[in-house]
Design a protein around this ligand. Structure first.
Ligand code: C2E
Ligand code: MG
Ligand code: MG
Length: 409
């Protein structure tokens, strides 16, 4: 059927271009159109748009044409004069790769500099392939706080990558690629196991610590997630009710029905569900109710807006009230300034997380953070230190812990 699809695609493409243009298949699923003269009068973009349009309807395959397949294309355009035809094709190829990253069904015109971008991206992908087997990933843990008692409630596990020769790489730089290559499923399983294993060591008797783990859309798409969570809990001995899975609001809302079913399965294991980056994904109230959600993590952008005076405060107030109305806990993310913390506490938001409390800590530092935090100690905002609010620990841990946290980041 793959061959059939390629033929059907070729037919449609042929129907779109002029007779004087050349159409060819370079190999695999790559086609090339060579156009000149009149065809280009309105610009190559117009041709690209027509080519993309050719993919809007599904392809009917199979003997009776009853199998419907949707296919998408990415287009790279190179124009002008090159010393050789190969170079023109190479540049179009580079632009095509670049176009792909922004999502399918796009075209992009080649510009100089793109080859470096594509090259470094290919290297990134190659390096990522071996990262899991070579133990190059590690986790850091950012403490979260109960805003009423001002004591720590647990941690969020955040992934880092020690890339050979490049130092520590932040998740924003490699998670998207892990998702695109579907490697995130395997890496995500590792994160779950590792986080549960490490956090199990810090559990205290008086009040168990919670552990939050980020899970991406692709992980939620597979049945394996349930196994991965079950295994992580089983091997570590961590109590299910102390584990929270964080899913971004955007993930929650795309494919809502399927997601709701999977979340119910996860809930049945006894774990908790948090909606990450809440407030940015346009979920409707009605929608939210259909998911078994325990925590709303109010996106950092709402907290950072508090400083401007404008609408920030009312938005934060509304989100916290929404949580109260639905009986869902709220956590404010990214608290950096003491005055914001006061305001957030006034709004009766349940939990807080941010550099003001603590930066993400290495596993070892997180361990000592919790073992040294006495049950009577309350977090205190101190404005009198250098870099006020950035060094939230008094006495026992001192600025070193904050510095260690900064290193881990
Ligand atoms: P997130 O889940 O919303 O995590 C919170 C991010 O905010 C973390 O960035 C954290 O370091 C940062 N942060 C915390 N407090 C503050 C603050 O006061 N100010 C500022 N400016 N930032 C603060 P990080 O570690 O770079 O992670 C970024 C994102 O990458 C995460 O956002 C999450 O979406 C994703 N991520 C991290 N680890 C994993 C993972 O293991 N799996 C998956 N699927 N995604 C992950
Ligand atoms: Mg998160
Ligand atoms: Mg977040």
């Amino acid at each position: 059927m793959g061959d059939e699809l390629l033929c059907a695609v070729a037919k449609r493409l042929e129907g779109v271009i002029r007779e004087t243009d050349a159409l060819g298949r370079l190999g695999g699923d790559e086609f090339v159109v060579v156009a000149d003269g009149l065809s280009l009068a309105a610009g190559p973009e117009l041709i690209a748009e027509r080519l993309l349009e050719a993919f809007s309807a599904p392809f009917a395959l199979g003997e009776d044409g009853e199998t419907r397949v949707h296919a998408k294309a990415s287009i790279g355009i190179a124009t002008g004069i090159r010393p050789t035809a190969e170079e023109l094709l190479r540049d179009a190829d580079i632009a095509m790769y670049r176009a792909k990253w922004g999502g399918k069904s796009r075209y992009l015109v080649f510009e100089s500099g793109m080859e470096d971008e594509v090259q470094s991206r290919l290297e990134l992908e190659m390096d990522l392939q071996g990262a899991l087997d070579d133990d190059q990933f590690f986790l850091v843990y950012q403490p979260t706080f109960d805003l009423q008692t001002m004591t720590p409630t647990g941690v969020e596990a955040l992934i880092r990558w020690r890339r050979p020769g490049r130092g520590v790489v932040q998740p924003e730089e490699f998670i998207p690629l892990l998702e695109e290559t579907k490697m995130i499923v395997e890496v995500g399983a590792w994160v779950l196991k590792e986080a549960c294993r490490e956090a199990a060591g810090w559990q205290r008797d008086e009040r168990p610590l919670s552990l939050s783990v980020n899970v991406s859309a692709l992980q939620l798409d597979t049945d394996e997630l349930i196994d991965h969570v079950t295994e992580a809990l089983g091997e570590s001995g961590l109590a299910p009710e102390t584990l929270t899975i964080e899913i971004t609001e955007t993930t929650l809302m795309s494919n809502a029905e399927e997601t709701a079913r999977r979340l119910e399965e996860l809930k049945a294991l006894g774990i908790r569900i948090a909606v990450d980056d809440f407030g940015t994904g346009y979920s409707s109230l009605g929608h939210l109710r259909q998911f078994p959600v325990d925590v709303l993590k109010i996106d950092r952008s709402f907290v950072s807006q508090l400083a401007d005076g404008g609408e920030g405060e009312i938005l934060l107030h509304t989100l916290v009230q929404l949580g109260k109305a639905l009986e869902i806990e709220t956590t404010a993310e990214g608290i950096e300034r003491p005055q914001d913390l006061s305001l957030i506490r006034d709004k009766e938001c349940d939990n807080g997380q941010g550099f003001l409390f603590a930066r993400p800590l290495s596993a070892q530092d997180a361990g000592s953070f919790f073992s040294q935090w006495s049950s009577k100690r309350r977090f205190e905002i101190r404005n009198d230190l250098p870099g006020a609010g950035r060094v939230p620990f008094d006495g026992s841990l001192g600025p070193d812990a904050a510095a260690a946290g900064a290193d881990a980041r």
